[in-house]
Structure formats: structure tokens, C-alpha cells
Design a protein around this ligand. Sequence first.
Ligand code: PRP
Length: 229
Amino acid sequence: MVSVAVTVQQTARPAPAKEVVSCSGRQTYHDDMAKILYTEAVISQRVAELGRQIAQDYQGKAPLVLGVLKGSFMFFSDLVRAIEPCPRGLTLDFIRASSYGSGTESTGEVKLKADLKLEKVEGRHVLLVEDIVDTALTITTVSRYLLEECGAASVATATLLDKHERRKLVYRPEYVGFLCPNEFVVGYGLDFNEEYRTIPYIGVLKPECYSHLGIEAPEPDGSGESSDE
Ligand code: PRP
């Protein structure tokens, strides 16, 4: 028997919290937005449409809806509730994928973390849920993993945003919320340096929030649709 002595040290009274300001010196994340690209209302309407479409397509298929963390968490939770009528046998799970360091360009190396039991995936129709498909490195890696190593019967993707102009690999997601212009987008799960994920809309970050880090604003390509609301 090993006994462990635990000593709890009384810590000094914590210093008063510093005022937290954004990278641009402003108080809230909203202040860092150059514009709102997709409002909550526009997103909600599009998610409802996608949900209905997915419900129709997956009736009788007992799909496994797999959220790709972390960016998809908000879209995932709204989308799964919009899959109505919910096909019988639909189950949920998550996989962790990351390819971006602290910058804006993909590192080109996709790291996957999953504790998916193979028997949960084998023979299943998997619907991957992503916040954004950009170069498509992430979604291609995850799809291949599910098909080739886990034996999924099929893999399809629902993504809120499709930055199709930035593809490095050919990939066409089956369900797309919005074709997204090449702008620095954050919110509704999407981050910059892990911040801004909780903003309930998709906004474009002001260049002054990242230019001091040597990051240049993307060249707008004129593609995509945006909301005028
Ligand atoms: C983001 C996003 C997608 C991926 C898309 O994830 O959530 O998974 O990038 O980019 P790609 O098409 O160029 O591969 P990220 O690696 O930033 O991790 P996160 O989801 O934790 O934000």
C-alpha cells in the first residue's frame, strides 16, 4: 500500500484581474469586426434548410454525424437539431483535427485525434460537419481516414462555409451553407488565435487585429455570396 501525503498550500490572495482588451485595444470582440458577413438570422435560416435536406437524404440510413472539432461546435449543435424529421439510428460523435498553427495559413500537416471505436464507424454512413472547407486538406484527410481505416460505408460533408477559391485539393462538399469570399472570417466557431469563436455571426476581422503580427489581409477574389442584412 502506498500512501500519499497531500499538502494544500494556502496561496496568496490573487492580484486583481487585469482589464482584458482585444488585440486592437478595444473592449469587445464585436468592436474588432470590419463587417458582418452572415448574420445570425441568415445563418439560422440556411442551417434550417440544410437540416431539412439532410433529413430527407439520410432517411433509412442511420447516419453517424461526426463533428470536426473545434471549429464546427456551434454549427454542429444547430445543424443536428435542424435535421428534422430525424432519421432513426442517427448517432453523434466528434473527431479533433487541426492544421492551422497560430497563423492563417494551413501548416499542411493535419493532426487527427479521435477515440472513435472502429465498430462505431464500420459500415456507417458518415456525415462530417465542418465550419469551413478552405484548402480541403483537413476534410480530405478525415474522409480518407474514415473510409480507408475505419471502413465507413460512405462519407459526405456538411460545411457552413466553403472558401472554394483557396482549394489545394479537389473537394466538393455535399452540403454547403455559403460560398465564402476570401476574407479573414471569424465567429460562429471560427477563431483567430483561439479567440472570437463564440461570436454568434460570421464577421470579417479588421486588418489592424492581425497586421501587427506580420499577417497580411487576404486578397479578396470577388467570389462568394454575402448577406446584405
Ligand atoms: C479549421 C477548420 C477546418 C479547417 C479547414 O480548423 O475548422 O477544420 O481549418 O481548413 P483546410 O480546408 O485548409 O484544411 P483548424 O485547423 O484551424 O482547427 P480548429 O477547428 O480547432 O479551429
